[in-house]
Design a protein around this ligand. Structure first.
Ligand code: HEM
Length: 329
C-alpha cells in the first residue's frame, strides 16, 4: 500500500448514514447489529469491524502516530481501567488476524503473544498484563495499529462512565475534557437528546448489551477539510477554526466534506467494559455530487434538519447554500 492518497476513491467504502428512503434527520437510538454488509449507491461497507480503508490506511496511521507523539494527553486511562485496556487490545488483535489473515498475524501461547502487521511492519512479542513488555500502554499499542478512535465505558452505580479513551480525530470535542464524565453528562448538550429519552434508552441499551454481540451506529456532520483534515478536536481549534469561514468566503462548497463516524459497540469478554470505537470517513461534496442518489438525498436532508440540531452540528449558517450547490453547482 502506498501513502499517495490523491487517486483514491473515498466513496466506495463510505458508510452512507441515511436509509434509502430517508427524507429528514432526527436523533434516535440508531443501533443495529454489526458485521453485516450494506450495499450503497457507490459501493459497500460494514462487512468488518475494522475497515482499514485500503490506500488510506497508511495515511491515517501516520497521522494518528504523529498526533499521539505530539500530544500524549489524547490518551486518557482512569485508575482501574488497565485490565479493560488489555481486554480491548486482545479482542481487536484476534479480530484483525481473523479478518485480515494475509497481513495481520497473531500467535498466542498462554499469556505470551506475538503480533505482526505486515503493512505497518509491526513485529511485537509481549505478555498479556505486563505493560513493560510493550513500548506503550495496551490501548496506545492498539491505537497505533488501527484507524479507529477508541473509547471505553464502564458501569458504576447504575450509570455508564467514559473511563478510558484514545482519541485523535474527535469532531469538535476533547477527550481530556470528556474523560471521566458520565454518559448522561456527555450527551446533556446535544439538543433534545435527554428530553426525548434518547440518552436514557441508549444507556439502557449499552448496559444490557450481551458479550457475544457487536452493534454499530453511524453519525454525520459537515467539515471543511480541503486537505482531508481528520483532527478537528477542540485541542486543535486554532488550526482548523477558520477553515469553514475561509471556504464559505470563497464559495468553495465542493471542498466541504461529509464527515461520517461509524461507531462499534462491543462488551469485552473479560472486564465487562463496553468499547465504543469511532472510525471517521470523509468524502467531499464534489465527490458526493457525482452520485445522483446521494447528491439529492444529502441536499434534502441538509435542508430538512431541525434548526437546533443544525446549530449543534455547526452547519446552520451554510447548510442551505451547500444543499443548493449540490443540486445546482
Ligand atoms: C447508542 C448509543 C449512543 C447514542 C444514540 C449517541 C448519540 C449521540 C449523539 C446524537 C450525539 C451528537 C452528535 C452530532 O450530532 O454531531 C453524540 C455525541 C457524542 N457522544 Fe454519543 N451516543 C451514543 C453512545 C456514546 C458512547 C458509548 C459514548 C462514549 C463515551 C459517546 C460519546 C459521545 C461524545 C464524546 C459526543 C460528542 C459530545 C460533544 O459534542 O461534546 N456516545 N452522541
Amino acid at each position: 500500500m502506498s501513502t499517495n492518497t490523491t487517486d483514491v476513491s473515498y466513496t466506495a467504502n463510505l458508510p452512507w448514514p441515511f436509509a434509502e428512503d430517508q427524507q429528514e434527520f432526527q436523533y434516535s437510538v440508531n443501533v443495529e447489529p454489526a458485521r453485516i454488509t450494506r450495499k450503497t449507491a457507490a459501493g459497500e461497507w460494514g462487512t468488518r469491524i475494522v475497515d482499514l480503508g485500503g490506500e488510506d490506511y497508511v495515511h491515517i496511521m501516520n497521522e494518528r502516530r504523529r498526533i499521539l507523539d505530539a500530544d500524549p494527553s489524547r490518551v486518557q486511562i482512569l485508575p482501574g481501567m488497565m485490565p479493560a485496556c488489555w481486554d480491548l487490545l486482545m479482542y481487536y488483535l484476534r479480530d484483525l488476524s481473523l479478518t485480515y489473515p494475509d497481513i495481520m498475524h497473531l500467535e498466542e501461547d498462554g499469556d505470551r503473544v506475538h503480533w505482526k502487521n505486515d503493512v505497518l511492519l509491526t513485529d511485537q512479542v509481549f505478555a498479556v498484563g505486563d505493560e513493560n513488555s510493550l513500548p506503550c500502554d495496551p490501548m496506545s499499542f492498539l491505537g497505533r495499529e488501527i484507524p479507529d478512535d477508541l473509547l471505553l465505558v464502564k458501569e458504576r452505580g447504575g450509570q455508564m462512565y467514559f473511563d478510558a479513551g484514545l482519541v485523535t480525530f474527535a469532531a469538535a470535542w476533547s477527550v481530556t475534557f470528556d474523560a471521566g464524565m458520565s454518559f448522561r453528562e456527555i450527551h446533556a448538550p446535544v439538543p433534545g437528546l435527554t428530553r426525548d429519552g434518547v440518552t436514557s434508552r441508549a444507556e439502557q441499551f449499552l448496559m444490557r448489551m450481551p458479550p457475544d454481540k457487536v452493534y454499530r451506529r453511524a453519525n454525520w456532520t459537515l467539515s471543511a477539510s480541503g486537505s482531508r483534515k481528520l483532527d478537528i478536536s477542540l485541542e486543535e481549534l486554532p488550526e482548523w477554526g477558520q477553515d469553514i469561514p475561509r471556504l464559505l468566503a470563497n464559495k468553495d462548497f465542493g471542498n466541504l466534506h461529509l464527515r461520517i463516524e461509524l461507531e462499534h459497540f462491543i462488551r469485552l469478554p473479560m472486564s465487562g467494559a463496553v468499547t465504543f470505537s469511532i472510525r471517521t470517513f470523509m468524502a467531499s461534496l464534489a465527490e458526493i455530487r457525482t452520485i445522483p442518489a446521494w447528491r439529492e438525498q444529502l441536499a434534502r436532508i441538509l435542508s430538512a434538519t431541525p434548526e437546533d440540531i443544525a446549530t449543534y452540528k455547526g452547519i446552520a449558517d451554510y447548510r442551505h447554500e451547500a444543499a443548493a450547490w449540490l443540486l445546482h453547482p
